[in-house]
Design a protein around this ligand. Structure first.
Ligand code: ADP
Ligand code: 5SP
Length: 504
């Protein structure tokens, strides 16, 4: 009769899933939206308190009986956010998020001190790309001197939620690898990368102890009372949202390609060893189950489709109907969807562009399709890098809000020429957090079942949503993808100043 719960601190909302493992049934799903503060310099920030308020609001939506049956809780979170705390554990400033591109200058500075991008990859597995946590520290020193002076602890978004839930500080290796400071090969801090980020202080003193996924901790009594759950609830280690989505979609063994179509677009796969790319075409992260998770992240996924839908005044949920009658290639329109600047490829100053307009093709339907195709092609470009590295995949496991669109699901199958499998539980990251919590509570009861076995037992596919590539569509997308790559090459060949000229 026990239930487990999973929370996902997404960019646009907090989601909560409550799962009954005995019945293999989700008993409640709810969410609460989040605001985003933006600046023309690329700033993207949220207040940590908004997450807490939204979590409290989500639990308030559950009935008291459901809440009382929860025995364990896991937390998944948007990666890379910089939560600065003082010595008392108070948050000192708005949280600079994964999609914040205002600290590119600081990325360049850290990498110059460390000896260049390739040296960073040698030291820690990853160069310091825009959005990663590392550059947000020198940005804070430069722009928020008082915060820097009082800074005692640095946390990632899901660490902060765990801290609020339990009063304890820890960081688990999957999400920690998105800081830019973790040596993903040894799963320990890289002292060289920490020193390159801040020569003035010992940054390791600001970082919580590292733990692996089998860590768990009791909820704080006062927080249990606020949420209306039992004071004996166990909080599992948690992890970054992509790491948790890997668990929640059943991607715990090599050979499967995970894909999330959310605010960011991501591709990831399980590996039993670190998979490092010295040219940074993918991130060499750890997973939240003791392994590794090579990951491609584009900063502009549903950002692109939502922006077009907003401009034309329709809801993305009506997007498939809007696109009725359009064909692969969007009538010749090709969109580079870099509305936020981009991380993969590394184009922090780039802006979006639209190509191939003629008197017949500029319709809202083609524009919306071009945005969806552009976001998908950007991921396909990352996939090509994984293929070039010798990785091979038999199917895609799809999650994230964009996967709600039937047209997008088919587009992914056709552009990647792979079958697309859709888990029954659409909120992959929150469900992964719930399964990690289930594993933690089983361990507390003395059970030694491996996490992968739990995942295989509980992740089910929604067979009516799974699709296969349609050969004529696969062929239909090829010329359009080639055009996308051609325009992308042009942008990549521009210097930072030329890319930035649209912003000035
Ligand atoms: N039917 C749909 N078609 C296209 N996009 C959709 C649809 N439903 C939801 N979305 C998109 O999904 C996004 C939210 O996805 P989600 O994975 O929850 O994001 P995040 O975790 O980044 O907050 C929204 O931006 C929305 O545009
Ligand atoms: O930066 C990354 C991964 O490196 C993003 O995937 C974030 O983790 C945000 O995820 P969503 O809110 O889009 O799910």
């Amino acid at each position: 009769m026990s239930l487990v719960a999973g929370l996902d601190v997404g960019t646009q909302s907090i989601k909560l899933i409550v799962y009954d493992p005995s019945a293999q049934r989700v008993v409640a799903v709810c969410g609460h939206p989040l605001e985003l503060m933006t600046g023309s310099d690329g700033r993207r920030e949220q207040r940590a308190q908004w997450w807490i308020d939204a979590i409290v609001a989500c639990f308030a939506k559950l009935d008291a009986t459901t809440r009382a049956r929860i025995v364990a809780l896991g937390v998944s979170g948007q990666q890379h956010g910089f939560v600065p705390l003082d010595a008392e554990g108070e948050v000192l400033a708005p949280v600079k998020l994964w999609c914040d591109t205002s600290s590119q200058r600081e990325c360049d500075e850290i990498m110059a001190v460390a000896g260049g991008a390739q040296r960073c990859a040698a030291l820690a597995g990853n160069p310091v790309l825009v959005g990663y946590t590392a550059s947000k520290l020198p940005w804070t020193r430069r722009h928020r001197a008082a915060v820097y002076e009082q800074l005692a602890t640095i946390m990632l978004p899901h660490d902060y939620v765990n801290f609020w839930l339990t009063g304890e500080r820890w960081m688990e290796c999957g999400d920690a690898s998105g800081t830019g400071w973790l040596d993903v090969r040894t799963r320990g801090w890289s002292s060289a990368m920490l020193a390159a980020t801040d020569p003035q202080r010992d940054l390791s003193a600001c970082l919580p102890p590292l733990v692996e996924a089998d860590f768990a901790c009791a909820i704080a009594r006062d927080v249990a009372d606020v949420l209306g759950v039992s004071r004996s609830v166990q909080v599992s280690a948690g992890g970054g949202d992509n790491m948790m989505a890997a668990i929640g979609t059943g991607n715990v063994a090599p050979g499967m390609l995970g894909m999330s179509l959310g605010t960011s677009g991501t591709l990831f796969t399980h590996a039993d060893h670190p998979v490092v790319d010295t040219t940074a075409r993918w991130a060499a992260f750890c997973s939240s189950d003791g392994g590794w998770l090579p990951l491609v992240c584009t900063m502009n996924c549903t950002v692109a489709t939502e922006s077009v839908a907003k401009a034309f005044g329709f809801d993305v949920r009506d997007g498939d109907a809007v696109m009725a009658g359009t064909a692969p290639g969007a009538g010749g329109l090709v969109m580079l969807p870099f509305l936020n600047g981009e991380r993969t490829p590394d184009l922090p100053y780039a802006r979006g562009s639209l190509h191939g307009m003629d008197i017949a093709n500029v319709t809202r339907a083609n524009l919306y399709r071009a945005a969806m195709e552009g976001a998908t092609y950007a991921l396909r470009n990352g996939y090509d890098a994984l293929l070039e590295a010798g990785l091979r995949f038999e199917a895609i496991r799809l999650t994230g809000g964009g996967g709600q669109s039937g047209v997008w699901r088919q587009m992914v199958a056709d552009v990647f020429a792979l079958p697309v499998e859709v888990p029954l539980q659409a909120e992959g990251a929150a469900f992964g957090a719930a399964l990690q919590a289930l594993w933690a509570s089983a361990r507390a009861d003395g059970e030694k079942t491996p996490l992968a076995d739990i995942v295989r037992k509980h992740v089910q596919l929604a067979s009516h949503l799974c699709v296969h590539p349609i050969p004529e569509n696969v062929a239909g997308y090829r010329p359009s993808y080639r055009q996308f790559l051609r325009h992308l090459d042009t942008v990549c060949s521009l210097g930072a100043n030329e890319q930035a000229s649209d912003i000035a």
